[in-house]
Design a protein around this ligand. Structure first.
Ligand SMILES: Nc1nc2c(ncn2[C@@H]2O[C@H](COP(=O)(O)OP(=O)(O)O)[C@@H](O)[C@H]2O)c(=O)[nH]1
Ligand SMILES: Nc1ncnc2c1ncn2[C@@H]1O[C@H](COP(=O)(O)OP(=O)(O)O)[C@@H](O)[C@H]1O
Length: 212
């Protein structure tokens, strides 16, 4: 019996989709999560947006020209993609599929249109929406970050309202008032998702077959 304990390990990792308006703190919360949950794997997206100061190709994003991005779409190399405030963003398909297959959890930090595409393909994914404490605080955070022009900030704030309206499609909503609490809530969600019996069921069936 004890030799069967390992068969209770998950076969596939859990796909976590984290969305929320620009400046809400997705990157900051994910950075905190990396420290406390180092086993979670982060998907690196492709984008046509220009790198910000300090951003590294292949680490923060795979920076692409519009032609290169178009090619990724045509060759079906992206799991989902969307246009956001004048730039394209997409998730490299193969990395996500292979990482999940190897049993690791993967986080996609993506906007809502892309998240809805993922939902069509991975119904078993866990969809989390990060909210600001208020819209004023959201604007304050984007402005304070200092990475966007005033015009881009205005566009991102107007998209933010539309994004928040789509929150109903997500499984969980978390207010990012304090980074550590938001991070702890994501960990709690993941921990609960790992305990869901339907995820364990195939392994339990196999386990019982071996006993019989
Ligand atoms: N659909 C989709 N959205 C993405 C992807 N990667 C990043 N995004 C989203 O695109 C939006 C803009 O990202 P970015 O320009 O880095 O700004 P930031 O999120 O405010 O730092 C954010 O909502 C990201 O979550 C992706 O692969 N697919
Ligand atoms: N809980 C928080 N309280 C105060 N400031 C925050 C919090 N979370 C993030 N920030 C700040 O808000 C700004 C935007 O955060 P960022 O992680 O870049 O957002 P996003 O990735 O969602 O666009 C950054 O300057 C960050 O330091």
């Amino acid at each position: 019996m004890t030799s069967n304990t390992n068969t209770l390990e998950r076969e596939r990792g859990i796909l976590i989709v984290l969305s929320g308006p620009s400046g809400v703190g997705k990157g900051t919360v994910c950075a905190a999560l990396r420290k406390v949950a180092p086993d979670i794997v982060y998907s690196v997206s492709a984008t046509t947006r220009s790198p910000r100061q300090g951003e590294v190709d292949g680490v923060n994003y795979f920076f692409k020209t519009r032609e290169q991005f178009q090619q990724l779409i045509e060759t079906d190399e992206v799991l989902e993609w969307a246009e956001y405030v004048g730039n394209f963003y997409g998730t490299p398909r193969r990395f996500v599929e292979e990482t999940l297959r190897s049993g690791h959890d993967v986080i996609l930090e993506i906007e809502v249109q892309g998240a809805l595409q993922v939902k069509q393909k991975f119904d078993e994914g866990v969809f989390i929406f990060l909210l600001p404490p208020s819209l004023d605080e959201l604007e304050n955070r984007i402005v304070t970050r200092g990475t966007e022009t005033d015009e881009v900030i205005r566009s991102r704030m107007s998209v933010a309202i539309d994004e928040i309206r789509l929150m109903e499609h997500y499984d969980y909503a978390i207010v990012n008032d304090h980074v550590d609490t938001a991070c702890a809530k994501i960990q709690a969600i993941l921990s609960a998702e790992h305990c869901k019996k339907d995820r364990m069921f195939p392994k339990i069936v196999q386990w019982m077959d071996e006993v019989n």
